[in-house]
Design a protein around this ligand. Sequence first.
Ligand SMILES: NC(=O)c1ccc[n+]([C@@H]2O[C@H](COP(=O)([O-])OP(=O)(O)OC[C@H]3O[C@@H](n4cnc5c(N)ncnc54)[C@H](O)[C@@H]3O)[C@@H](O)[C@H]2O)c1
Length: 334
Amino acid sequence: MPDTLGCGVIGLGMMGERHARIWHELPQTRLVSVHDLVPARADELAGAFGVTARASIDDLVSDPAIDIVSVCTDDQSHVESCVSAARAGKHVLVEKPIATSVADADTMISACDAAGVKLMTGHCVRFDPRYAVAQQAIADGKTGDIVQVFGRRNNIVDSGRRIGPRASVAFFLGVHDIDIMRWFTGSDITRVYAESASKVLADIPTEDTIFTLMKFANGAVGCLETCWVVPTGVPNTLDARLEVVGTEGRVAVRVGDESLDVAGHDRATRPDVAYGPLMLDAQHGALRTQLEHFADCVAGDRPPMVSNADARAAVAVAEAIHQSLSTGLPVNLS
Ligand SMILES: NC(=O)c1ccc[n+]([C@@H]2O[C@H](COP(=O)([O-])OP(=O)(O)OC[C@H]3O[C@@H](n4cnc5c(N)ncnc54)[C@H](O)[C@@H]3O)[C@@H](O)[C@H]2O)c1
């Protein structure tokens, strides 16, 4: 094996471009090739990074120069690329959610287990230092026995308009916090009850917002607010919270109040400084840390910090949220 790990990226939208750039920039990896359903997009990024545009998923995964495949296609189409990559003996980093059904998640996990390759889902919030330090504080006992957990992930409406026709807010945004809530509490979610509203995106078959009440195996209760119709006039595109209250203390993460404003005459914005800021002519932040972590796990044959059971559990909860919305009843998770 060469000194660096060869990487390929399938699906070259907003996230695929970031994966491609980071694989290209990390010292321990090199970008080898890219593929997208839209050939012109693959040609564009291949040209930008001086790599090969592959015409199909099979062409990309069968390249012996590739060790790791990033799957960055739409939520519901991760399964095909992941299974093809596993069968070709490649390690897989798949964007969150791992899939949009537990059945698809199981197919992907089984394919990677059978091939003996690593699979990690990009729950990138775990690589945001604010959440990582909060988790450590909870693990160190600062909250004591957890009583309640509150999560919020609200995006501006551009996000709902862009993704709403293809995905659900519970799968696109909610899985981030479902994963963090399980990670913080160290406990499974055993029951959910959800309510939704649809007004702003009424022309699309999707919810504007979903509120979910949760019960945890350790007796705690949780509430998750997930919305993608916040007006574009707000300065921050993402407003996220994660607050844990326990018998001994509280740990609270706030995202969106960053102390950087860039103001024009009409509007102030708060650029992302945590997930993918450009600095020193390279991409930094949580996404880079996540990809670096996965490459280190592959190189050192170590288990990734997001387990497949974690990724599967987040999907099971999102599925249960939709079941609750359609039945109007609480749903128990086994
Ligand atoms: N980690 C995060 O914070 C984060 C943020 C946004 C999106 N995501 C996830 O990343 C994934 C991609 O989201 P995005 O915002 O980049 O979407 P996007 O719409 O910008 O890009 C998707 C790309 O995949 C391509 N594509 C779709 N199906 C394909 C297929 N079968 N084969 C090859 N190419 C295919 C499309 O042509 C498009 O270029 C989704 O799963 C999404 O949930 C994660």
